[in-house]
Design a protein around this ligand. Structure first.
Ligand code: ZN
Length: 172
């Protein structure tokens, strides 16, 4: 079976930046599964997998516009340190929830000064080229329910696997 809209794909993958540093990878025996054609994964990778089949290996360099987008400078903000009262040792890399006009977003601390803390609400991979090395492990037809929900059902139920990318917004 070839990968097309309405198939569920399981893949082993490794993701590196342009310097060759490993950013993320699937664990052995635990391929990442997703519903193809429903924007469950970034567009550049989804497009590269179209038409592939079990055993195929795909190497693709995804540009930021087909990945996590360009960083938005407006999402980087300097806030007074006193806003972090109760945080014992504030360090670069820590994550916090910040409330914005568009709802809560996750921000990372990128700079800590005496009086001010710089936080960045961009996706950590925004603006980066993404180098994927993918091996297709399984391709199956999605169930009608999966297509209706727009995500896979693992482990016998809706979001049952707990690994789904949509776990947080699974409203079923
Ligand atoms: Zn569901």
């Amino acid at each position: 079976m070839q990968i097309a809209e309405g198939t569920v794909v399981a893949m082993d993958y490794a993701l590196k930046d342009d310097e060759g540093k490993l950013i993320d990878e699937s664990q052995p025996g635990q391929p990442l599964a997703y519903l193809h054609g429903h924007k469950n994964i970034i567009p550049g990778l989804e497009a590269a997998l179209e038409g592939k089949t079990v055993g195929d290996t795909v190497e693709v360099r995804v540009a930021p516009e087909d990945g996590y987008g360009a960083p938005n400078p407006a999402l980087e903000q300097v806030v007074p340190r006193e806003r972090f009262q109760g945080v014992e040792s504030l360090e670069v890399g820590m994550q916090f929830q910040a409330s914005t006009d568009q709802g809560p977003i996750s921000v990372r601390v990128v700079k800590v000064e005496d009086e001010a803390v710089t936080v960045d609400g961009n996706h950590p991979l925004a603006g980066k080229h993404l180098n994927f090395n993918v091996t297709v492990q399984e391709v199956r037809a999605a169930t009608e329910e999966e297509i209706a929900h727009g995500h896979i059902h693992q482990g016998g139920g809706c979001c049952g696997g707990g690994e789904g990318k949509d776990k947080g917004d699974c409203g079923c």
